[in-house]
Design a protein around this ligand. Sequence first.
Ligand code: IMP
Length: 182
Amino acid sequence: MISEVTYGDKTFEVFISQEEIQVILNRLAGEINDAYADISEPIVLISILDGSFIFMADLVRKLSVPIEIQFVKLKSYEDMTSRGEVAHLLKLQTSLTGKHVLVVEDIIDTGLTLEVFSEELKKQNPLTIKICTLLSKPEVHNDIIDIDFVGKEIGPEFVIGYGLDIDEAARQLPHIYRLKIG
Ligand code: IMP
């Protein structure tokens, strides 16, 4: 295992290994399979790009419930006058009316992106909206949104790898690394 990686002047150390990610994936997939066990129509999984592409790909291969897969690409803004706006760089290609929706996110930091996106999803009248995230930073988002499936709660630290980037680099790392202090 490469225990440290460097990007620019920043050094990162292994935080969540590939093996631990597999354990998390198995548990999350079990929880999702149980939660939707009685539903016969496909669940619409919406992956928020770019960071969640690896998590989504690994997660769906462990699901036994029927699913459809959609991808969106969002960019969130917050200024002094508006609570937040999300620009859709890649839009949903399907109607969610009457469907069960599961949003798949890599990491929830401030929660702003998901807070705004969830409100937009509600306008399409899905039957249910649930949220799954691999990582969550509760000290940052203070539970402003309900998260139904959480892989692991972490501190307010910056992490990379397994889809997560630093200036678009590091997404291909098989482990999750955190910024090394000192
Ligand atoms: P939020 O709207 O603040 O919750 O931001 C969520 C998005 O910010 C995530 O989907 C990531 O793309 C990015 N992000 C937040 N924290 C990190 C991190 O520690 N490493 C890499 N990207 C992050």
